[in-house]
Structures are given as C-alpha cells and as structure tokens.
Design a protein around this ligand. Structure first.
Ligand code: GLC
Length: 636
C-alpha cells in the first residue's frame, strides 16, 4: 500500500531538494520566521537580570536536579532527559506527561514566566517511552532514498513527543559516517553527503511542520557539528576507536563531505544545532569560534541556538595535574576539571548558547554570571545567546499569553496508534535492501508447506530496535517497548497452508521449503558500538552454516547498525536481506519476504568484503572492491 504523496509533503520534498542544491553553492540562511519576534524579544531581554539570562542558558539532566525548586529559583530555560533518564515513577506515557508538566509548572512560577524547553533524544520515534512507535534508525531511512517517508516518520515522532508535552528532540543527526567501525554509523543516513543533506532537511521539515507553532510540531536539532563521522581510527588502549576522536582533514574536505547537512537543515528552519564532542585537526568543536560563530552563524546564517553536547564543554580544558575535583561523570569517561570556569568562558565565547550540563548546573549559573561581571564574557554575547533561545520559544508559540504549555491530550489518543504504526511499517519496507537472491528464493511462496525460522534475531524486539530504545544502549529481548518481531510477523503473514516453525538451532529446518536465519548485532549506542571487527558472531555464522546443512534454500536477514563482514555466509546464503535496525514494526520485513511489498532499498553505505578494506567510502573504493557498492539493491 503506497501512501500518496500529500501536496504539503511534495512541497517539502521540492524545498528539501532545493536546499540540497543550495548546499552545493554553500549559501544558506534560517528562514525569516525564526527572527520575526526579535523586536519583542529585545524588549524582554532588556528586562531580564543577569541571573535570569544565565538560567535560560542552562540545561541540566533531569536526574541531576538536586531540588525541584532549582527550576524556578535558577530560572532554568531547559531540562533534558538524556539516555536512560526516565521518570522515577515509570516509563509509560502518563509518567512522562507528569514529569514534563511538573517541571513546566515550576518554570512558569518565575517572575517573567518564561516556559522551559524539555529535550530528549527521540531519534527514531519517541524511543524513551513504552508503547511508542519505533522507526527504522537513520541508516535504514537512508536506504529508502525517499524524503517523503523520512518526513512522515519525523512527523509521527513529533506528534508522539508532543503527546508527552516534550517539545524538543536532539535530531536529526546529519553526520556523514565515513568509517563504519564507528558506533554511531546507524545514526547517519548515509556515507553520501548529498543524501544526508536531502534526508536531513526532510526530517527537519517533518519534525517542525509548516510552522513550529503547530501543537503537533517539535523543535529539531541538527547534530553533531562538525565531522563527527569523519574522525580518524585511533586504536589507542583506553580510548574509543573513533567516537569523539579527531577529524584530520583540510577545510575543503570538511566542507565538501561533512558540512552538507547543515545548510540544508538551516534552510529547512532547524531551530537548534549541537556541536560535536570530536575535534577538527586537534581543536574541540565545542570550543571553536571559527566553526560555531564564523561558519555556522555568520556564513551559514544560522539564527537559532547552539546547544552543547552532554558535558562536552568539560573536555575543553585538560584536567589540572592532581586536580582533586576531577571525577568521571558519565559512561563516556568525560572528566570534570577544576577549570570548569575556563571551559565555560571558552565555550560561550566560541558561540555555544545553551549548555547541556548534568549535575553542575548550580556551578554553571554562578560561574557564568561571574565571568560576565569580570568582563570575560561580554554581556552582548549572553544577550545574543538568550535572544536565540527565545526565538525558538516564540516560534513554538510558547510565549503567547494563552499558550497551552501542558501535554497535548488530543495527541495522546494517537500515541502508538495503528495509523502511526502503518507509517513505520511502510518505512521498514522501503528501508530493506535485497543483496542476494540466488534462484529467486524470494519472495517466499504462500504455497510452501513449511518455512523454518531461526537465528538470534528472529524473535528479539531489542535487536530489531537497536540503541536509543527505552534504554540509552538498548537491550536484547522483550525488554523494550511493545512491537512485532520478525517471527511473529511471518506467522501472521503466512497463508493458512504454510506452517511457520522455529527453533534456536537448525535441526528442525530439515524438510522445510526454506529456512530464514535472522542474525546481526546486539544493541549499542555511541562509543560502546565502536568495533575493530565487524564479522558476524560465531553463533550467527554457525546458525547459517547449520541451516545450510539442512539442504534447503537459506534466507539470511541481517539486523545491524552498519554493513557487517559476511565472510563465507555471502556464498552460503541463497538470499540476503539487509534489514538494518527496523524498529517495532517487523511486519515490514515479512511484507517484503512474502512479496506483499517489493524490495526497493538501495545501500546508503558501501558493504565491505573484508575488514582490511575499511574505511570504505564511495570515493575511496574502486568498482568491484566492495562486496556490494553504495547504491546497490536488488528488486523482485
Ligand atoms: C549524547 C550524544 C548526543 C545526545 C546527547 C543527549 O552524548 O552525543 O547525540 O543528543 O548526549 O543525550
């Protein structure tokens, strides 16, 4: 069932394509509506105290808030729920509604009653909340090569966000991953910059709608500026292989490969942009005035606000030797420094407008005010930052006298709805890439007597969803939100004459018409996904070889956040379907396996033959080098 392209989506596609073209000329600028309220904002900023301004620039993580009254007492402008930072009462829709509304009510108690922005990583649906629809991660959406479905996925994500009251997601990621050993490869649409530009812009338009003041629209965030996907492979003990590393390249390459997503997102009206933890030629992006002010704000004309990454500013000044206050404050090992004040000075003067701090938000507001009083940060810089932050709140309609700032109850009825799931199912279908189909074993016949299904991923919703799902790192097994596994989808899709049998080993495959082996990666996020070896696990390889021994056609379905090195499986399998991380709607995989939908996906990353070919990339691999080249995909 193809969804007709609705006129407003068609307009979005054209403007997204136009924006992608714009990137080739490097021209960009935020749309006029983002600065339309500047006169009113100027008057408001003129009434604000330094403490109120500092509060607007401060974003603590919800779990780090020591006393809820800090929200009003420190005039906090924003709060985030980082990965796994869920309401203490539970993880259902109502828990998130209560949490958001309690925070917002406090913000509205302040003298100026400036509402707060609540931000989360809704990177493939509102993926923190039980019952949310989980979409394919960006690598799969990249294989659709279809801005329209990307926009629709984002639109549903925005609706399910606003159902909880939350107005802001740290998405889309417009990284251009160039080494698939990076754990965040799946957050990128493609290794091909032009696809990143057009699909990133489509995601912004889907999230932010025709107007940010639409109650179903959500504020987007283009991330991570810049060249987060271009870091050099390190292989240094104790350090991540690639994540948060150093992108070593000349400026022409930086612009040609890693900047393309930003002019397109800015033209699409993206309200916020997040600098990368990583560095460019040794300089941390979070401290680079050239990158954040000269290029992003001046040259690219970005009029929204720059939000730092999670404690990223702490990394700007190396810990002082023997510094007693140094302490690791989160899994990625970022170390606090006694020079936190210096970190604040560097980052704000570089062009960061709001800082994603965790537990040090009280220090932050105090030290920021001190730095302004000491003239180390000009008040004009603070006023510019607050103006940019307020632009988004005005654009969201939050500053209107009668603004409804509570969760949108009308949207709660659609949360996790069949209509939303149908859109996700269509996105799954379009994301699948058929890599091999020897003897046309696919599509499966509904005249088959029996089809056997095996492999670790056959009945594992957690593997299907990947990282950033309920938990930051995701989890295998049923522990994630409700959805349909591939096995369940096959049982539902099979005709009445076809038995679907299953087991974790191959024994029962003998005598079946075909065997489907679902293999892949366990969930991960960020540096925890950096891998030196992308081969299949021994269990997966064994499942496929043993299935082969049954002497019937073998269909391998790969659930992964990137291409994997298939080794002998490439020859053993009769058919291979790359399913990426499809999310909760496993029916989309069954639709293609049974031929109710044709495979149309095209590889958004070249698929390596072996590890020694890495890093691959469409401009570094000669035709025939990769096992399957960028853009490859079979049909029926
Ligand atoms: C993480 C990620 C970033 C995310 C942020 C908030 O470390 O780098 O993509 O938006 O923190 O969770």
């Amino acid at each position: 069932m193809k969804f007709p392209i609705r006129p407003r989506h068609a307009i979005r596609i054209l403007t997204a394509a136009g924006a992608a073209l714009l990137t080739t000329n490097g021209f960009a600028a935020s749309p006029a509506w983002l600065t339309a309220n500047d006169k009113e904002i100027k008057a408001l900023v003129g009434r604000m105290t330094l403490e109120e301004k500092a509060g607007q620039m401060t974003q603590p993580n919800i779990l780090a808030i020591k006393d809820a009254s800090d929200i009003e007492n420190l005039f906090l402008g924003s709060i985030l729920s980082g990965g796994s930072s869920d309401p203490k009462t539970g993880n259902a829709l109502k828990d998130w509604v209560e949490l958001y509304e309690s925070c917002q009510k406090r913000a509205l108690k302040t003298r100026l009653a400036i509402p707060l922005l609540y931000g989360v990583d809704a990177v493939h649906g509102h993926n923190n909340v039980l019952g949310a629809v989980i979409f394919p991660h960006n690598i799969g959406l990249g294989c659709t090569r279809n801005p329209e479905i990307v926009a629709r996925a984002a639109e549903v994500t925005a609706k399910e966000l606003r159902a909880t009251g939350i107005q802001w997601t740290f998405a889309p990621c417009v990284a251009v991953p160039r080494d698939i050993r990076w754990g965040r490869t799946y957050e990128g649409f493609s290794e091909d910059p032009s696809w990143v530009a057009s699909l990133g812009a489509a995601a912004v338009r889907g999230l932010q709608g025709n107007s940010l003041s639409d109650p179903a629209a959500a504020l987007g965030c283009g991330k991570h500026f810049i060249a987060d996907g271009g870091t050099a492979y390190q292989g240094v003990p104790g350090k991540a292989l690639l994540d948060q590393g150093d992108a070593r390249m000349d400026e022409a390459t930086l612009r040609a490969i890693h900047m393309t997503g930003y002019p397109a997102a800015i033209d699409a009206g993206v309200g916020t942009i997040m600098p990368s933890f990583s560095s460019w030629n040794g300089e941390k992006c979070s401290g680079s005035k050239y990158l954040l002010t000269d290029i992003l704000k001046k040259e690219l004309g970005f009029e929204g606000f720059v939000i730092s990454d999670y404690n990223a500013i702490d990394q700007l000044v190396a810990p002082v030797k023997g510094d007693r206050s140094a302490e690791s404050n989160n899994a990625s090992g970022q170390v606090k420094t006694a020079n936190y004040k210096k970190c604040i000075e560097i980052s704000i003067n570089a062009g960061i407008d709001m800082v994603m701090v965790t537990d040090r938000y009280r220090d932050f507001v105090t030290l920021l005010a001190e730095l302004v009083r000491e003239d180390k940060i000009p008040m004009s810089r603070v006023d510019d930052a607050v103006t940019r932050i307020l632009r988004t709140k005005f654009a969201l309609g939050m500053m209107k006298k009668d603004a409804d700032l509570m969760a949108n109850s009308a949207l709660q009825n659609e949360f996790g709805s069949e209509a939303h799931r149908a859109i996700a199912r269509d996105a799954v279908r379009q994301s699948l890439v058929l890599l091999k189909n020897e003897g046309k074993v696919l599509p499966l016949s509904r005249q088959a007597k029996r089809i056997h299904v095996t492999g670790r991923g056959a009945d594992d919703l957690g593997m299907q969803c990947g990282g950033w799902t309920i938990d930051w790192q995701g989890k295998t097994g049923e522990v994630t939100t409700g959805g349909t596994t591939i096995l369940k989808a096959l049982v539902d899709a099979a005709g009445k004459d076809t038995a679907i049998t299953t087991s974790r080993d191959h024994q029962d495959a003998k005598g079946a018409d075909a065997v489907i082996v679902v293999v892949g990666e366990n969930p991960y996020a960020e540096a925890k996904g950096d891998r030196a070896d992308l081969g299949l696990t021994a269990e997966d390889s064994a499942s496929i070889s043993e299935a082969k021994a049954a002497g019937i056609p073998v269909v391998v379905v790969v659930l992964s956040g990137r291409p994997l090195v298939l080794g002998s499986v490439a020859a053993e399998a009769d058919a291979i379907l790359a399913a990426w991380l499809p999310g909760t709607e496993g029916q989309g995989v069954a639709d293609v396996l049974f031929g109710d939908a044709k495979p149309t996906g095209k590889l958004s990353f070249a698929w390596p033959r072996s590890m020694d070919q890495l890093p691959l990339g469409n401009d570094r691999v000669k035709p025939g080098d990769s096992l399957y080249p960028l853009g490859f995909g079979l049909g029926y």
